[in-house]
Design a protein around this ligand. Structure first.
Ligand code: DX5
Ligand code: ZN
Length: 227
């Protein structure tokens, strides 16, 4: 599976959203990561369907929408209509994950499930064969610019094993504190989608260069994929 870089617009200048998205597109971004926070599941409040729709108009790249919100079922349709290509819900917010995944699929959108650093992968094992993406959080969700939690590497290794054992062809995404210093490590243990916010948008050479730097670092350590 080819490695994807998904810049998080959370760290961009929202007064220039279109330009900021086009900058990462020029740098070869594969997906645009949209961080949705509600002030309940996480302390911060960020983007809703309106801004997601604006992002949709700015790019043809897939919108990877990360729902850090309580009761995500209430908003799935709104985000699907706003143009999401992937909708990822948190395990911690869904007492019935299977139902939520089925609902996402019924909207014609890819379904992802995210786990917080403290949430064991065992809690999502029963849905691994049904999902298109597993997101391992490598920081506590809520804010950009935090440091990568080192034990996330072991968790990614375990996630890789569990996905393979389930016969999944889904993506393994890592989100939080990804930079040129750890991109090779997470790619080497099997992450296929690298989310990066501050490492891209605060890159000294600009956001396009930030995307290229992450990819270059990641590919230097990526495990060769079988033909
Ligand atoms: C954290 C968000 C992340 C975050 C990534 O709650 O889900 O997507 O914005 O930003 P960095 O790369 O700065 O950690
Ligand atoms: Zn995110």
């Amino acid at each position: 599976m080819t490695l994807k870089v998904a810049p998080s617009i959370l760290s961009c200048d929202f007064s220039r959203l279109g330009e900021e998205i086009r900058a990462v597109e020029a740098g070869g971004a594969d997906w645009i990561h949209v961080d949705v926070m509600d002030g309940h599941f996480v302390p911060n409040i960020t983007i809703g369907p309106v801004v997601t729709e604006s992002a949709r108009r700015a790019t043809k790249l897939p919108l990877d929408v990360h729902l850090m919100i309580a009761e995500p079922e209430r908003y799935l349709e709104a985000f699907a209509k706003a143009g999401a290509d992937v909708l990822t819900v948190h395990q911690e917010t869904c007492p019935d994950l299977r139902r939520v995944i089925a609902r996402i699929h019924s909207l014609g959108v890819k379904a992802g499930v995210a786990v917080n650093p403290a949430t064991p992968l065992e809690t999502v094992r029963h849905v691994l064969a049904d999902i298109d993406l597993l997101l391992v959080m490598s920081v506590q969700p809520g804010f950009g610019g935090q440091s990568y939690i080192p034990t996330s590497t072991e968790k990614l290794e375990e996630a890789r094993r569990l996905l393979d054992a389930a016969g999944s062809r889904g993506e393994l995404e890592v989100d939080g504190g990804i930079d040129v210093g750890n991109a090779a490590t997470v790619a080497a243990v099997g992450a296929t989608v690298l989310v990066a916010g501050s490492a891209v948008y605060r890159h000294v050479g600009g956001a396009a260069e930030g995307v290229r730097a992450i990819r270059k670092a990641a590919e230097s350590g990526a495990v060769p994929t079988p033909p």
